[in-house]
Design a protein around this ligand. Structure first.
Ligand SMILES: [Zn+2]
Length: 179
C-alpha cells in the first residue's frame, strides 16, 4: 500500500477494526509519517449459481454469453451488444456482493436485457428459460409483450412482433425446413 502523500511503499498499521464485512486499518507512512486509512474487503473468489434442483454451479460468463448468443442468433443486433449485455449482468451480479445467486435472478436479468434489445431474441430465450409447456403458453407471453408498454419504446429498426412478426417466423420456419 503506497502512501497517498509521498508515495512511499511501506506503512505501519496503528489501528485496525472490523467494519461491516471488511476491516478498516489506520496506517502511518514510514517515510513522511502521514496517516491514512485503508479498507480490506472480502471478495468471494467465485460466485455460485443456485440451480432449480438446488445444486450449486460456479458462475460462468462464457455460459451466460452462450445462452444469450443462442437467443440472438442471426438477429440484426449492433456488434458488441451481446457481450455488453453479458458483461453488464456479470458486473451487476458481483455488485450484489453475494456468494450465491439463484439462477432465476440471472435468468430474469437476461430477460429484462433482451426485452430492451430484441423481441425475437427475448421470446427465444423466454421459451427455453421459462420452459413453455406448449405453444399456448408461449403465445400468452407474446400477448403480454404486445399489450405492455414495451411496444411503444421498441428500438428503431426492430421488427414489430405481431401481426407481421408471425409471418416472419413462418417464413423463417419455411426457410429452415427447406434446408
Ligand atoms: Zn508518506
Amino acid at each position: 500500500m503506497y502512501c497517498p502523500y509521498c508515495g512511499y511503499h511501506d506503512s505501519k498499521v496503528i489501528d485496525s477494526r472490523g467494519v461491516n464485512n471488511g476491516i478498516r486499518r489506520r496506517r502511518e507512512c514510514l517515510s513522511c509519517h502521514s496517516r491514512f486509512t485503508t479498507y480490506e474487503r472480502v471478495q468471494p473468489g467465485s460466485l455460485f449459481v443456485i440451480k432449480k434442483d438446488g445444486r450449486r454451479e460456479e458462475f460462468n460468463l462464457d455460459k451466460l454469453l452462450g445462452g444469450i448468443r443462442k437467443a440472438c442468433e442471426k438477429r440484426p443486433l449492433p456488434i458488441g451488444s451481446v457481450d455488453k449485455l453479458a458483461g453488464d449482468i456479470e458486473a451487476e451480479l458481483y455488485r450484489l456482493g453475494k456468494a450465491e445467486i439463484p439462477g432465476t435472478v440471472i435468468g430474469d436479468m437476461v430477460m429484462a436485457g433482451l426485452k430492451n434489445l430484441d423481441y425475437i431474441a427475448y421470446i427465444r430465450f423466454a421459451s427455453v428459460y421459462r420452459d413453455f409447456a406448449d405453444i399456448t403458453a408461449l403465445k400468452q407471453e407474446v400477448d403480454t409483450l404486445v399489450d405492455s408498454d414495451v411496444e411503444v419504446s421498441r428500438p428503431a429498426g426492430q421488427l414489430p412482433l405481431l401481426p407481421t412478426e408471425q409471418s416472419g417466423v413462418a417464413a423463417k420456419r419455411q426457410r429452415r425446413s427447406r434446408k
